[in-house]
Write a protein that binds this ligand. Structure first.
Ligand code: HEC
Length: 155
């Protein structure tokens, strides 16, 4: 499982980056992702999608430093996902639709709005504002269906 090795490397690297940056919006995609094969990209993006689903659900009941850490991971995962769909990566069992490459600006805009929502989650967690935190959590959750509707083949 080569991809597992890449995945843990990439996740460890990005968590370290997120922890040292003052502002979440400074998070950049992990440069190591550019070296993945299309097959590894499919594996990694499917893995990150599932991880985000679990994270989003559990984040709803977190507060304080745990909530900040969850938001940081969501920011990093969304940032990395935004570069995991290059042209030509529709391989294997991928459910990515051609619309991604026909309409890249719309596709990227959803990642950006998700990063903004996760950044708002982080700020609310730091401020201890539970209502704003839950609202941002819901805004992030809305990006899942918004994107799947247009850019993912129904299973
Ligand atoms: C900007 C677009 C976009 C956003 C946002 C997005 N997804 Fe996805 N998702 C996709 C695409 C495209 C695929 C198909 C990937 C592939 O098979 O190559 C996918 C696949 C998945 C899968 C299937 C993974 C597998 O094992 O095949 C799950 C589960 C999933 N997404 C959950 C989520 C959740 C939960 C969120 C929100 C937290 C989310 N996604 C946000 C585009 C998106």
């Amino acid at each position: 499982m080569i991809f597992r090795k890449y995945a843990s490397f990439a996740l460890a690297a990005v968590v370290a980056v997120a922890g040292t940056l003052a502002y979440a919006q400074d998070v950049v995609p992990d440069p190591a992702l550019a070296d993945l094969t299309p097959e590894q990209m499919v594996d990694m993006r499917q893995d990150l999608m599932k991880a985000n689903g679990g994270l989003l659900r559990s984040a709803g009941s977190l507060t304080g430093a745990d909530a900040v850490a969850a938001a940081d991971t969501l920011i990093v995962n969304y940032t990395n996902l935004s570069v995991l769909f290059p042209e030509g990566s529709d391989v294997g069992d991928s459910a990515a639709l051609p619309a991604i490459w026909q309409n890249p600006a719309d596709f990227q805009a959803i990642w950006t709005s998700g990063i903004e929502a996760a950044t708002a989650m982080k700020a609310a967690a730091e401020a201890g504002d539970a209502d704003a935190y839950q609202a941002a959590n819901r805004a992030l959750g809305a990006t899942c269906g918004q994107c799947h509707q247009t850019f993912r083949a129904p299973s």
